[in-house]
Design a protein around this ligand. Structure first.
Ligand code: SF4
Length: 223
């Protein structure tokens, strides 16, 4: 009897040993698939699949649906904009031309869902980052417009990087040369992009030199 029980326990133990990687894999699958949100009808005319067609038509294939509550907002992000960023006071959509931390936090509470767009890029010439950013952000603006025209009136875009639509930015919103197109970066709305995308299973790291590939992100709030 004792040996039978011992045999049973040993077998159980070895079975669990082999099964635990499967259990972790299953959990990872469930976690990530939970971010492929089921269709939620917000009163708009199109389903998620149709909006996804818009993203892909504009050349943005690397995206995922997220809950607005997945977006981490933190006061320290504003401090990094205020101290140590060369764009402070020089971009019409960057701090101090941005809502307060509390207003930013409340803004995201007005939404249930959004879309995270992922961009990977290794720039041959880092000095040309503004040209690359301008191209991506201009394309994203077309997506935002099409989503808005699809009856999602609250569609609101956060650029992949700071607004680079014009070569020379006057530095204040009132003097913005393109106010209909200007949009903030996630960071200027206190979004902790690192914490947010890591939580969603996307790569991001502090780059120590320009030889490394960048992982950059834009957000489109949709409801
Ligand atoms: S649209 Fe032009 S002027 Fe306005 S914030 Fe962007 S770069 Fe500056």
């Amino acid at each position: 009897m004792f040996y039978t029980q011992l045999f049973f326990l040993c077998n159980l133990h070895s079975t669990l040993f082999f099964l635990w990687p499967l259990a972790i894999g299953f959990w990872t699958l469930v976690y990530h698939s939970s971010h492929r949100l089921p269709f939620i009808n917000f009163g708009g005319g199109m389903e998620h699949a149709e909006l996804e067609r818009i993203f892909i038509e504009h050349g943005f294939e690397n995206f995922t649906w997220i809950y607005a509550s997945d977006i981490e907002v933190a006061q320290w992000v504003r401090m990094k904009c205020t101290y140590g960023c060369g764009s402070y006071g020089k971009k019409a959509t960057c701090p101090p031309n941005a809502p307060s931390f509390e207003e930013c936090r409340r803004f995201f509470q007005d939404y249930g869902t959004g879309v995270l767009f992922h961009f990977r890029k290794k720039l041959e010439d880092p000095e040309k980052r503004d040209i690359y950013t301008r191209k991506i952000n201009s394309g994203l603006l077309k997506v935002e417009r099409d989503v808005f025209l699809s009856d999602y009136r609250k569609a609101f875009l956060f650029f992949m990087d700071e607004c680079q639509l014009c070569e020379h930015c006057p530095g204040t919103l009132l003097e913005c040369r393109n106010p209909r197109m200007a949009r903030p970066s996630p960071e200027s709305f206190c979004v902790d992009v690192f914490a947010t995308v890591k939580k969603l299973g996307y790569p991001i790291e502090v780059l120590k030199d320009y030889d490394r590939e960048m992982n950059r992100y834009a957000f489109l709030m949709v409801e």
